[in-house]
Design a protein around this ligand. Structure first.
Ligand code: NAD
Ligand code: TYD
Length: 359
């Protein structure tokens, strides 16, 4: 019995696979298209492990997915594959429609056909877990209660709209076809192997290169940060013990402004890798034009997963951020490798003279 993971060469998917193989003696097939965000170097530690197989494919390729489901006798599908960067979705939304909506649809269709062919324990044990985001809920005011599973879905960016659409499709496959599907809606993740276009790795990378640290708008936007290993553990929990048809919110209980995040990274770097001139990295902070439609605040109420499945995060923001900075300091070659090619062109466009691509 095999688990099919999609998007396993990306940030969360690769951390999930590494953690899975440590905790479980169960085979994993990783189906990934290897977009700019997919990086097989993330999984070099398990190259050659007989429990692991990589297939380069698109989740929209229903024929390929069907072949894998049948030939590998797949027990569960975990869908991480997505276009995931809000800023890219603003500059060019089309690929988000293709992967997040059309791709998820094709993956669901292949899974439904396969599920219909199953019987007995294989059928009762089959699961389709869709990994989604808290961004589907839109934005919170300063005094609003955190998002729970009943919060109305009001996405504000093309990224979050396509994720919301994919969540609706997954839900409909449970209600209509009885596909045993589960959805997780998680807050912002951080940790090792995070592509350096997202806030935390971008700030670490640019700080060390002596570049400006771009803070959008006033920097008072709030995110609820969760260490990636905690998210991966929550997903394993939902897969094994969650109730099909349910959604589970996952969060770190760590509401913090972007500016505070940037200042904390600078303080860690001042300590762990001080600048030659002994000035603080904070001096590199630069306030730039805000993102259009920028959500002001996200916060998660994770009571349901805590009460029903006994999950809660292990890492504090302080301990997780320290681990993350140490990982980037020890793995500068990883960053070098991903900051070439496609990514390089994007970042040049995005940060050319500190102006944004949408201006
Ligand atoms: P990522 O961008 O780092 O990785 C995405 C992976 O999907 C890459 O390996 C890429 O090659 C692959 N991929 C993209 N399009 C594909 C396609 N059509 N077919 C097959 N593979 C494809 O993303 P991430 O940060 O690891 O996020 C993983 C999932 O978790 C996403 O669905 C995202 O919406 C969700 N999520 C992310 C966060 C976060 O903070 N990063 C928080 C909550 C939920
Ligand atoms: P990001 O990592 O892109 O995640 P998301 O938009 O999915 O929350 O951004 C996190 C926050 O940091 C978000 O409020 C936008 C902000 N941000 C900056 O201020 N500067 C940057 O260069 C980036 C990439 C993000």
């Amino acid at each position: 019995m095999t688990i099919l993971v999609t998007g396993g060469a990306g940030f969360i998917g690769s951390n999930f696979i590494l953690q899975w193989l440590i905790n479980k003696n169960q085979r994993i097939v990783n189906l990934d298209k290897l977009t700019y965000a997919g990086n097989l170097e993330n999984l070099s530690a398990i190259e050659g492990d007989p429990r692991y197989k990589f297939v380069r494919a698109d989740i929209g390729d229903a024929e390929m997915v069907s072949d894998i489901l049948r030939s590998e006798n797949v027990k569960s599908v975990i869908n991480f594959a997505a276009e995931s960067h809000v800023d890219r979705s603003i500059a060019s939304p089309e690929q988000f429609i293709q992967t997040n909506l059309v791709g998820t649809f094709n993956l669901l269709e292949a899974s439904r056909t396969f599920f219909d062919e199953l019987d007995g324990e294989a059928k009762s044990g089959f699961r389709f877990l869709h990994v989604s985001t808290d961004e589907i809920f839109g934005t919170l005011g300063p005094n609003d209660p955190p998002f729970d599973e009943e919060t109305p879905i009001r996405p504000n960016s093309p990224y979050s709209a396509t994720k919301a659409g994919s969540d609706h499709l997954v839900r409909s496959y449970f209600e209509t076809y009885k596909l045993p599907a589960l959805i997780t809606n998680c807050s912002n993740n951080y940790g090792p192997r995070h592509f350096p276009e997202k806030l935390i790795p971008l700030i670490i990378h640019r700080a060390l290169k002596g570049e400006q640290l771009p803070v959008y708008g006033d920097g008072k936007q709030i995110r609820d940060w969760l260490y990636v290993d905690d998210h991966c553990e929550a997903i394993r929990n939902v897969l094994e013990h969650g109730t099909p048809g349910q959604t589970y919110n996952i969060g770190g209980n760590n509401e913090i402004t972007n500016l505070d995040v940037v200042n904390k990274i600078c303080a860690l770097l001042d300590d762990l890798s001080p600048r030659e001139d002994r000035q603080s990295y904070v001096s590199q902070v630069s306030f730039v034009t805000d993102r259009p439609g920028h959500d002001r605040r996200y916060a998660i109420n994770a009571t349901k997963i805590r009460h029903e499945l006994g999950w809660s995060p292990k890492e504090t923001f302080e301990s997780g951020l320290r681990k993350t900075v140490l990982w980037y300091l020890a793995n500068s070659q990883w960053t070098e490798n991903v900051t070439s090619g496609e990514y390089r062109q994007w970042i040049d466009r995005q940060y050319a003279s500190e102006r944004k691509a949408w201006q």
